[in-house]
Ligand binder design. Structure first.
Ligand code: HEC
Ligand code: HEC
Length: 225
């Protein structure tokens, strides 16, 4: 703890990045590592900066709902959010192993099938088609799916179904989440959470995917179909 603190005049505290992120680290961790255990407070570390800014904007616009987040990001300007996102995106902290539900091998196989091949009968494209062959995401807007806890993945897919999470229309993830059966959500979340995190967790380069479904956020940059 710095001894300078005792001498600081609160009215002259400089406006630094450290101060800006202090509003975030109580929940997300100093390096954006997220909460241990349940993983209720999501990891921010290493996620594509464009994706992090987009989520802050979605909370500001009321598209994604969680009152403490909406309140925290409401006053932030775009350049502020870009700075905060760059900080968290650049953090490299190890991924913690999170608990997995006990599932039958057939459920895990179903999860793997959805990720690698999708389910054409239900018009579900493979998750890999957008989230990348290593599932580490695609710059700038598609987040990785490896290293995320089971509870977080399944609750996000649930949020798209209940409308507490949405993104720019057409909202491809809302469509996909609604095409998944409840048992599919359990299966795909568990299989993803059971994956080893690859040595290189960087998102794939922008433009390296051709999204098989219309996504508003991807079309904005001209890469949607
Ligand atoms: C009171 C606790 C709390 C504070 C403070 C907080 N967050 Fe969050 N944040 C959350 C929770 C919980 C979620 C997940 C909400 C959900 O999806 O239901 C979240 C989600 C996010 C997401 C989306 C993550 C993802 O992978 O989709 C971003 C980005 C984010 N927060 C950034 C910030 C930033 C930047 C700050 C500081 C300016 C901040 N948060 C402050 C609790 C908090
Ligand atoms: C057509 C492209 C596309 C496909 C296919 C796709 N996704 Fe996504 N996914 C996205 C985009 C874009 C986002 C960011 C959405 C936003 O703006 O919030 C996203 C976000 C997510 C998130 C949020 C991660 C976080 O950190 O909060 C989860 C979970 C997710 N997708 C799971 C899946 C699963 C499971 C599948 C396969 C069944 C899948 N996705 C298939 C495009 C896709």
């Amino acid at each position: 703890m710095g001894c300078n603190v005792a001498h600081a005049d609160p009215s002259s505290v400089p406006d630094t990045l450290q101060q800006r992120i202090a509003a975030c680290t109580s929940c997300h961790g100093v390096h954006g590592e997220g909460s241990s255990g349940s993983g209720f407070f999501p990891r921010l570390a290493g996620k594509p900066a464009g994706y992090l800014v987009l989520q802050m904007q979605n909370f500001q616009r009321g598209l994604r709902k969680y009152a403490p987040m909406e309140y925290t990001v409401r006053p932030l300007t775009l350049s502020y959010m870009q700075e905060i996102a760059a900080y968290f995106s650049a953090q490299q902290v190890p991924y913690a192993r999170k608990p997995l539900p006990a599932l039958a091998p057939s459920a895990l196989q179903r999860g793997e099938q959805l990720v690698t091949a999708g389910d054409p009968a239900r018009k579900i494209p493979p998750c890999q088609a957008c989230h990348g062959t290593q599932l580490t995401g695609t710059e700038p807007f598609v987040p990785g799916l490896v290293g995320l806890p089971y509870d977080y993945i399944s609750s996000q897919l649930g949020s798209w179904r209940t409308g507490t999470r949405a993104s720019a229309a057409p909202d491809c993830m809302a469509e996909i989440a609604n095409r998944l059966a409840p048992a599919d959500i359990t299966a795909v979340s568990a299989w993803l959470a059971s994956r080893e995190v690859p040595a290189d967790t960087h998102a794939q380069a922008a433009g390296s995917i051709t999204p098989p479904l219309h996504c508003g956020v991807l079309q904005a940059q001209g890469s949607g179909l």
